[in-house]
Design a protein around this ligand. Structure first.
Ligand SMILES: [Zn+2]
Length: 170
């Protein structure tokens, strides 16, 4: 198993083996109220997750991966496990994003604001409202910007721009 596969396995096992904090989620398909996942209702939209890049054992993780299905799935599962432990969305989201990065083979980049809050999903300036923008630092040093539209039942990835910055290889 590669490191990304191990990260997925380890985070999943953490949740499953935690007998004191039972994580319960509902899987939905193309529900407009659920954008990838919904923390409050504990729903995960598998049709949304399916829109992202393929990860898994056949993927060369030394190359930029951007946002992957596997990363998005573990994000939602870790977040729900954190919720089961009594955390609110803000404090659950950060470890979920870290798990997502480990499973993608990159790092999801965020920004800390003056009030101490932390954010890693922004509105796309280029595409406007209804478009989320996320940025990932890849293993080769470049960054991948992923933009998806979330105004219909199933999200659509409208842009996956890379690379920005210099690759370590060059
Ligand atoms: Zn989250």
């Amino acid at each position: 198993m590669n490191d990304e596969g191990k990260a997925f396995f380890n985070h999943l096992s953490d949740g499953i083996n935690d007998k004191e904090n039972n994580t319960e989620t509902e899987v939905v398909f193309g529900k407009s109220e659920v954008i990838v996942g919904n923390f409050v209702t504990s729903q995960i939209d598998i049709a949304d997750i399916d829109q992202f890049n393929e990860g898994g054992s056949d993927i060369d993780y030394s190359k930029p991966t951007g946002a992957t299905k596997q990363g998005k799935l573990i994000h939602e599962l870790v977040e729900q496990h954190q919720k089961a432990k009594g955390r609110d969305l803000d404090s659950a989201h950060k470890p979920a994003s870290e798990a997502e990065g480990a499973v993608n083979g990159n790092k999801r980049l965020g920004k800390k604001w003056a009030d101490g809050s932390w954010q890693d999903t922004f509105t796309s300036k280029k595409h406007g409202p209804g478009h989320a923008r996320q940025v990932f630092r890849e293993k080769d040093g470049t960054t991948t910007t992923v933009i998806y539209k979330y105004t219909s039942g199933v999200i659509s990835v409208v842009g996956q721009r890379r690379p920005t910055g210099k690759s370590k290889d060059k």
